[in-house]
Design a protein around this ligand. Structure first.
Ligand code: GDP
Length: 444
């Protein structure tokens, strides 16, 4: 899966990852090569352009984290942008509707539609314990109806008995009726496929959609056809409105162009990928995992993530150390405020700290939320270095200046200073008693 693209990208990024420093020219040279690799992988031109622009912008402006090389940082940025391009959020097939939930399967002939219908039915039945009914609406190709019936027997999923002479719409209605009467949870409608998108095919699918009111309209598309798959998806979406895609033959796709372009070009999520001919060769589309496979540098991505966490922890530990010594100044308060914001608000963190009950009560009473945290940080930002180190110098005129600078009132400044004083006292007390404060939280 995606071997060719992976080889090309890792070739480019391998050259970067070991380097101690990177100039803007190094980055732009690397981006030229990444661009070429993506185009050769048959990724849509617009998607490539956006991708390169976003990565370049971040790579040049990135603050490099200690213990990580600039090259490793670039790998991480490329990885994150791959995830974004693939569609940052996982969007599994949804069954959140009244039973029997209708799922409409559409696509060109040979795309793997019937196989995917049976694979998905099996999965819903085996994994989610749903009672599933499948029906083939391909009235022009009796062989296709037979094929679904055979697959149904193979995977142990019921298929609607074949009645010759019925139209696709009539079969759909019969399937829905049978599913209702039979107490089925899901009814999967496998529509007819054609070799190309044509009006007749679409008109029939639109009619079927009207009568069945499907919860999901899944387009089955062949990854091996690259940009043609993307064009097909656009055509189906325009005529019919699809809710997502199942991309097949990803197991044989070395390039990945369809997978990488689909979300950005069509706006529709890939929900499933077919990774083989066997009936269990169907996976949820997971952008994180796919990006990992495409890049093949999971170790570096994890390394950079760990380094970032490490830095956060070191900052917290340093602040805690100063607190213990009674040196808790306003700079420390600010980094605490930022830490708290990251950790989901003051109240959450305070609840975790021993001896913090009292401060927490005060904060709760003051109704401290994220907006307040930001305002407090702004107040501290408006102070001079000396004021932050030694808040006692803040007398009336200085307070007025700080309030004006941060767009707050003198009362707000006073409140912040009072909070700082109380926290500093508390820290000192806890320091005497040994471990405490954020040091405990940081596991130091
Ligand atoms: P339909 O005409 O769209 O219904 O296509 P079929 O479901 O009959 O599939 C056509 C061929 O593609 C069959 O031989 C399937 O086994 C094969 N196929 C479908 N999905 C996949 C897949 O994800 N990987 C591989 N390798 N083969 C697949």
């Amino acid at each position: 899966m995606f071997e060719t693209l992976q080889e090309r990208l890792s070739g480019v990024l391998d050259k970067l990852r070991g380097r101690g420093s990177l100039s803007e020219a190094d980055v732009s040279e690397a981006m030229r090569e990444v661009r070429r690799a993506l185009l050769e992988a048959d990724v849509a031109l617009d998607v490539v352009r956006d991708f390169i622009a976003r990565v370049s912008e971040q790579a040049v402006g990135a603050t490099v984290v200690k213990s990580v090389t600039p090259g490793q940082m670039v790998v991480k940025i490329v990885h994150d942008e791959l995830v974004n391009t693939l569609g940052a959020d996982n969007q599994p097939v949804s069954l959140a509707a009244a039973a029997p939930v209708p799922i409409l399967m559409v696509g060109l002939q040979g795309s793997g539609k019937t196989t995917t219908t049976a694979k998905l039915a099996k999965r819903l039945q085996d994994r989610e314990k749903k009672k599933v009914l499948m029906a083939s609406l391909d009235t022009r190709r009796p062989a296709a109806m037979e094929q679904l019936a055979v697959l149904g027997t193979q995977v142990g999923v019921q298929t609607l008995p074949i009645v010759t002479g019925q139209s696709a719409v009539q079969i759909a209605q019969r399937a829905l009726q049978a599913a209702k009467l039979g107490g089925y949870d899901v009814v999967m409608l496998d529509t007819a496929g054609r070799t190309t998108v044509d009006d007749e095919l679409m008109a029939e699918a639109v009619e079927v959609k009207k009568v069945s009111n499907p919860h999901e309209v899944l387009l089955v598309a062949d990854a091996l056809t690259g940009q043609d798959a993307v064009t097909t998806a656009r055509a189906f979406d325009k005529a019919l409105g699809i809710t997502g895609l199942a991309l097949t033959r990803v197991d044989g796709d070395g390039r990945g162009g369809a997978a990488l372009s689909m979300r950005a070009v069509t706006g529709k999520p890939i929900k499933l990928i077919g990774v083989g001919e066997k009936m269990d060769a169907l996976e949820d589309f997971d952008p994180q995992r796919i990006a990992g496979r495409i890049l093949g540098m999971g170790d570096i991505v994890a390394l950079v993530e760990r380094a970032r966490e490490q830095i956060d922890q070191e900052q917290a530990a340093r602040a805690a150390e100063r607190m213990r010594k009674g040196q808790f100044d306003l700079n420390d308060l600010k980094s605490q405020l930022q830490q708290m914001q990251k950790m989901g608000g003051m109240a959450g963190v305070m609840g975790l700290l021993p001896g913090m009950g009292q401060i927490k009560k005060q904060l709760d009473a003051a109704n401290i939320d994220e907006k307040v945290l930001k305002r407090q940080a702004a107040i501290i930002d408006s102070m001079t270095k000396a004021e932050r180190k030694n808040p006692d110098v803040l007398k009336a005129s200085r307070k007025k200046r700080v309030a004006a600078g941060s767009g707050t009132r003198v009362e707000d400044v006073n409140r912040l200073l009072k909070m700082h004083r109380q926290m500093a006292d508390m820290m000192k007390m806890m320091g005497k008693g040994g471990r405490g404060g954020l040091a405990g939280l940081a596991g130091k």
